[in-house]
Design a protein around this ligand. Structure first.
Ligand code: G2I
Length: 674
């Protein structure tokens, strides 16, 4: 186990590999992924089957029970009985459910296939989607909205089907739009087979469709790769395919994995392709035991007919465990081991993975100083502050304020590993079109609908620059303002404070811009996704405190993955004069905020709940950012073992505020229940 290994958490080996998990679901959860299986309702009473299902998996896909011929055998008459049995079994055990499938040319009752009138078919299709999604609303994590719509062979076109023939190729878009309206919380996926090999015409056809959907704002969140493989396993380009799709701004999943004869190497290769792509969020095998498989006689699964683990099971476990995921890379930098007793048994993981709610109190370990200013011939820097960070293409990308007595500008650096952070080159962004002068407190994210990186910062107004390539420090555009001038409500309430710390977060419909005034007010403006970055209006006070220091600045808002929660952090100045963070949650970005850990005695992060295994280098826990689970405008965090990149300060430092020697460090949560 990892107990004796300094500089690692309790459940990670030095390389970041997990060592405690004993089930597929728990092992996948170590890197934030799920491991699922197809389930047949009729087998839930088979005790061998149910024992493996309940023990190993934290996601399920009904193998046949949600197909059109199972649910709406005659027009308008819906029967969810068998599907409900699977959903109820799963949700009672903390397993998530993938809905499979709403629109598919196969397993389609004859009455649908016989429709020749477009108006009729359109209303039949939309009614089937809406009624099915409404029935399961709140219980389905992701839906295969459209299944297997592309043709095999070299055309790269949609296959002939009653939907395409009668409605035209736009039916897929219509299905996704209908699905989003029917259940705005479910992830909407396109699912297909034989799209694993990057150069195949079918793969390219699906890729073009997803790219087009993202460019035009058609709602699609994910692409499922069925991965029904012959004995050789995945094509060598599978990982490339997954990452190319992910780069379009969708999650990707392996949704129906089975491999003839289940060779250990073939299974390991399939798992590694997913594990190496950050947005590959999970793997589902198409059945539990070989005897449960649709591929009779091919023994393509992980358990034999008696329910015993096959060699491929072990190779999947090893492949899931190998190599650090981005978050564990950062975790490895937290300066000391947590006692082994803090380790949570693997059996708890699948339940935790579902109910990923945040705790109501926090404890942390802090790293030592990871990043300090680097002056050069034309930049003399005293403080490195206000970090923003994403993990993209195998690197951490950090943006921060650089400060000296003369004022503020910004810097960019990237590195593969936090242990390399101190040696990274500092690229001063005043050399880009961002230019010189007052620019501070950057926030970076990828705005997926425009396939563009945004850097949001303060200039006296709220400003932004864009860049197609986050790795190119010279690629940023000149500053543009979000507002024509300071909104009246801010001017009227800020007193002698400053208008600072702009923060953008979007849900599926709108984007919101938060800012602070160092005077006890948190402001929020709003625009639509389609209008972003323009149109921010309706500025309101989102939170306030009569003690200006209790609600001071550096506000962050995040979406908590797999929950309906948003998390608000605001920096306060404590009664001892030191900076710390308070936290609240809400079920919508524009909702009201409920206290989580928000007092000096129960803070989100304060010197009092942070341990410094290598020496207390700061008593301020100040302006920073949580490590996110993804890089897009949703600012999604995984609640499992939070990490917070922050600015800290030598406790004895004083004098001119702009010249203070701020440095950056990383907190890792130590009381996480996962
Ligand atoms: O064909 C393999 C999979 C390809 N991707 C989509 C999946 O939905 C599909 O799953 C298979 C199921 O594993 C089979 O179990 O889909 C088949 C067709 O829906 C399923 O087969 C059907 C038989 O065709 C029916 O005759 C049978 O009544 O299974 C039904 C239930 O056993």
């Amino acid at each position: 186990t990892g107990t004796a290994t300094a500089a690692t958490g309790p459940d990670r080996a030095p390389g970041g590999a997990s060592v405690l998990a004993t089930t597929l679901g728990a092992q996948a959860a170590e890197s934030g992924r799920y491991f699922g299986t197809a389930v047949a309702a009729g087998k839930l009473t088979d005790t061998t089957y149910a024992t493996i299902l309940n023990r190993e998996f934290n996601m399920v896909t009904p193998e046949n029970e949600m197909k059109w011929d199972a649910i709406e055998r005659s027009r308008g008459s819906f029967d969810f009985t068998a599907a409900d049995r699977i959903v109820n079994h799963a949700t009672a055990r903390g397993q998530r459910v993938r809905g499979h499938t709403l629109v598919w040319h196969s397993q389609l009752p004859g009455w649908v296939g016989g429709i020749t009138d477009a108006g009729t078919l359109r209303s039949v299709m939309n009614n089937h989607i809406t009624t099915s999604m409404a029935h399961f609303r709140g219980k389905i994590h992701s839906w295969d909205v459209v299944n297997e719509a592309f043709a095999d062979g070299t055309s790269g076109e949609q296959r002939a089907s009653v939907f395409r023939n009668v409605l035209g190729s736009g039916y897929i878009e219509e299905a996704f739009r209908t699905a989003r309206s029917a259940d705005s919380a479910a992830k909407l996926c396109y699912n297909d087979y034989n799209i694993e090999n990057w150069s195949d015409a079918k793969t390219q056809g699906v890729y073009r469709m997803v790219r087009d959907f993202k460019a035009r704002g058609v709602p699609i969140d994910c692409v499922g790769f069925q991965a029904h493989f012959a004995a050789g396993g995945p094509p060598s380009s599978f990982q490339t395919t997954l990452s190319n799709f992910a780069a379009l701004g969708v999650d990707v999943q392996i949704t129906e994995l089975d491999i003839a004869q289940a060779s250990t190497t073939a299974y390991a290769n399939a798992v590694k392709a997913c594990r190496n792509v950050a947005r590959c969020t999970g793997i589902t095998v198409w059945g539990i035991r070989d005897t449960d498989s649709w591929r009779t006689g091919q023994n393509p699964l992980l358990f034999d007919g008696n329910g015993a683990k096959k060699p491929a099971y072990q190779s999947v476990m090893s492949a899931l465990a190998a190599t650090a995921a981005p978050a564990s890379d950062a975790a490895a930098l937290a300066s000391a081991a947590v006692p082994a007793s803090a380790a949570v048994p693997a059996s708890a993981v699948s339940a935790r993975n579902t109910a990923a709610a945040l705790p109501t109190s926090f404890t942390w370990n802090s790293s030592n100083i990871l990043l300090s200013p680097k002056s050069d011939a034309t930049h003399t820097i005293d403080g490195l502050k206000d970090p923003s960070v994403v993990y993209h293409n195998g690197k951490w990308h950090v943006f921060a304020t650089v400060a000296n007595a003369a004022g503020y500008n910004m810097v960019y650096l990237s590195f593969t590993d936090w242990s390399q952070a101190a040696s990274a080159t500092h690229h001063y962004l005043d050399r880009s079109a961002i230019g010189t002068g007052y620019r501070a407190a950057p926030q970076v994210f990828y705005f997926a609908p425009q396939q563009t990186w945004y850097l949001v910062y303060q200039t006296g107004n709220a400003s932004y620059s864009t860049n197609p390539d986050i790795g190119n420090p010279n690629g940023w555009s000149a500053p543009r303002h979000f507002y024509p001038s300071i909104p009246d409500i801010i001017a009227d309430n800020m007193g002698n404070g400053g208008w600072v710390d702009m923060w953008v977060i979007c849900d599926s419909a709108n984007c919101y811009l938060f800012s602070s005034d160092d005077n006890g007010h948190l402001y929020r403006s709003q625009t639509t996704m389609a209008q972003f970055p323009n149109g921010f209006t309706n500025t309101v006070i989102a939170a306030q405190d009569s003690n200006r220091y209790a609600l001071y600045e550096a506000a962050n808002v995040y979406r908590v993955q797999d929950t309906n929660q948003y998390l608000l952090l605001v920096e306060a100045i404590g009664s001892n004069g030191r900076r710390y963070f308070r936290s609240w949650t809400s079920n919508s970005i524009a909702g009201s905020w409920t206290p989580l850990a928000e007092s000096e005695s129960n803070p989100f992060a304060r010197s009092t709940n942070v341990s410094f295994p290598s020496g207390t280098w700061t008593t301020d826990i100040s302006h920073g950012e949580l490590i996110r689970a993804r890089n897009d405008q949703t600012l999604t965090i995984n609640s499992c073992r939070l990490q917070y990149l922050y600015q800290g300060l030598s406790p004895g430092a004083g004098g001119d505020y702009n010249s203070l020697p701020w440095r950056l460090g990383l907190l890792t949560q130590t009381n996480s229940t996962c």
